[in-house]
Write a protein that binds this ligand. Structure first.
Ligand code: SF4
Ligand code: SF4
Length: 165
């Protein structure tokens, strides 16, 4: 019986040894990452793209985004600007699903670049996010002020007309 065990051990040792020798001549199964690109499937959820020519500026993508990786700022002339943070994005595609205009926002299969320490991406984003919201509030307040000014001018004009008649 022990003789049979010794034979088995010898057999498996030899088998492993020959397998190891054969593997020396095979192509490695690993790649030299990061010097070589890894395989990326076509349906890989990568970077979010934006086409401002198709966008209708409804901000549904921003509202749908769970971690707040999208924000729109607004200039006083009403023009909006899209901002996206690749380090906050969880690549869930909710923004793409929420968008009513096909192609305005889309998901590519391009992996996001790593966020480097010197970019200070999240602190910068928090500031930008706050400023974007403030720019929208300022635009809304200015719009309200102009509407009130216009209403007051109309009222004064009507009062003048009434006084004359
Ligand atoms: S993929 Fe998800 S996390 Fe990224 S921007 Fe769109 S909704 Fe936000
Ligand atoms: S949901 Fe689409 S159309 Fe609306 S702001 Fe976002 S990208 Fe533009």
């Amino acid at each position: 019986m022990p003789f049979m065990y010794i034979k088995m051990i010898k057999y498996f040792t030899m088998k492993t040894f020959f397998k190891a020798i054969l593997n020396l001549f095979k192509k490695p199964v690993t790649i030299k990452y990061p010097f070589e690109q890894t395989f990326i499937p076509d349906d890989y959820r990568g970077m979010i793209g934006f086409n401002e020519n198709l966008c209708i500026w409804c901000r549904r993508c921003e509202m749908a985004c769970p971690p707040g990786a999208i924000v729109f700022s607004q200039a006083m002339d009403g023009k909006q600007t899209y901002h996206f943070n690749r380090a906050v994005c969880i690549y869930c595609s909710e923004c793409v699903r929420a968008c009513p205009k096909e192609g305005a926002i889309f998901q590519t299969n391009v992996p996001a670049k790593c966020a480097l320490k010197e970019e200070n991406i999240n602190n910068g984003w928090n500031i930008l996010y706050g400023e974007a919201l403030m720019s929208r509030a300022a635009y809304a307040a200015e719009k309200k002020r102009l509407a009130a000014e216009k209403a007051a001018a109309i009222k004064t004009e009507m009062e003048k007309k009434e006084a004359k008649s």
